[in-house]
Every structure is written in C-alpha cells, then in structure tokens.
Design a protein around this ligand. Structure first.
Ligand code: GTB
Length: 218
C-alpha cells in the first residue's frame, strides 16, 4: 500500500529541505518506495483531523493502511525495517549500532542545534540573547568536535550508508548558514557526499517543488 506523508503547505524554509518531512522523503527514495504527500497549513495542523494523526500537531506524519505514525525517527526506522538490508544492515550487531546512531542523531546531536534555532529566531530580542548565544554555540561545537573525532574522514558512520547517516546528515544540515560547520572539514565532506546521493536529490527536488508551485508566476 502506498504510504501518505504530511508536509508543510507553506514551509518557512522556502524549500531548503530543512523541515523534517525531508528525512522521510529521503528514506522513501532510498528504498524506492513511491509515496503520496498531503500538504497541510498551520491551521490544518491544529485541527482535530490532524491532531488525530499527530498529538502535537506537527509534521511529518505517515499513514499506510491502518498504521499511522508520527516522529521522523520512528517513521524512518519503520521504512528501513520494511526494506531489510537497504537502510539498516541485516547483521544484528551492525543493525543495533545503526539504530544507536539514529538515536544519537536525534537525542544527542539535534537538541543543541534546535536550541540555537530557538535562540536566533525566537529569543533574539531578549535583553540576554547576545550573552547566551555563545554558550549555545559552544554546546554545538562540543558535540561536533566529538563527532568529527569519531568520524574522521570515513565515508559513512559504520560501513555502508544507513538510516543512521540519513538522520545524522539531516540533523547537521540544519546548521547550514550558521557559520559552524566550516570548522569541521571532514563533516562538511560527509554532508556533501550524502547530498550527492540520487535519493537525496530526488527528495530535495520534491519538497522544493512544493515551494516553487506556491509562488506566483512572473
Ligand atoms: N520530533 C518531531 C519529529 O522528529 O518528527 C519534531 C517534528 C517537528 O518539529 N515538526 C515541525 C513542525 O511541525 C516541522 S520540522 N512545526 C510546526 C509546529 O510545531 O507548530 C521543524 C522545522 C521547521 C522549520 C524549519 N525551517 O524553516 O527551516 C526547519 C525545521
């Protein structure tokens, strides 16, 4: 059964691929699973029909037959599990390590990055904002130094590309334009390598097309 995902009808990033539906689109493209997208406005995300799919009124969601999922990590894991050997290794220890890195991307690397976005977008007019920003950035640098030390110049986290790389790459891409990744050349090459994957390109083009279609023609 073809799954349906939800995405922003009007993404604040204007098609830059930063919203979390991008992870799900990318995973679906990696495994060759066609999918449908239902675009939702912010008002629709607060309405009962969407809250029945996602208790926090967010995107992405994933519907497949009688199954409804939310949380991008859980959705990508589900997609990977449905296609053994493509986004998760079949060997049990390697599979467990890949899942560990999915959790690490979401619960150890992503939080300080989200914290920076909140500091820059929502707290920038607070009197204490300029004092706090360096602290928030230092927490990210701390994580990236640790990550860069682990990765070195390796192509991927642990052997072949996996759902762990997909998740970690998308988390790190949220730092684009923040002036931070420039200090980590191996990580930048890692991101560029991932962005060259045909599945990434297809997913990126699909979400960008939503923004392009919403623009008035010249
Ligand atoms: N933990 C959940 C997951 O991983 O699925 C988090 C889901 C989430 O934060 N969804 C966001 C959302 O629905 C969209 S992705 N926000 C609306 C709301 O909460 O009301 C976060 C996001 C939004 C915008 C940009 N951007 O403009 O660059 C990037 C990322």
């Amino acid at each position: 059964m073809m799954p349906t995902i939800t995405a922003f009808a009007d993404s604040p990033d204007q098609g830059a691929g930063l919203a979390r539906d991008m992870r799900v689109r990318w995973a679906l493209e990696e495994v060759g699973q066609p999918y449908q997208v239902r675009l939702v406005s912010f008002a629709q995300m607060r309405a009962p029909a969407h809250l029945a799919l996602h208790p926090f009124g967010q995107i992405p969601t994933y519907e497949e037959g009688t199954l409804t999922l939310f949380e991008s990590g859980a959705i990508v894991l589900h997609i990977a599990e449905q296609h053994p050997g493509l986004l998760l290794p079949e060997e049990l220890d390697a599979r467990a390590r890949a899942i560990t890195w999915m959790f690490a991307a979401l619960s150890t690397v992503e939080p300080p990055i989200v914290e920076l976005e909140i500091a820059e977008l929502l707290e920038r007019n607070e009197s204490w904002s300029q004092q706090r920003l360096p602290l928030v950035k230092n927490r990210i640098h701390h994580r990236l130094r640790q990550l860069a030390a682990f990765m070195g110049p390796k192509d991927w986290l642990d052997g072949a590309f996996s759902a762990a790389d997909l998740m970690l790459v998308h988390v790190l891409l949220r730092l684009s334009g923040a002036g931070i990744l420039e200090h980590y050349p191996d990580l930048r090459r890692y991101l560029a390598r991932a962005q060259e994957r045909p599945a990434y390109r297809r997913a990126f083009a699909a979400q960008l097309a939503v923004f392009t279609a919403s623009q008035p023609s010249a």
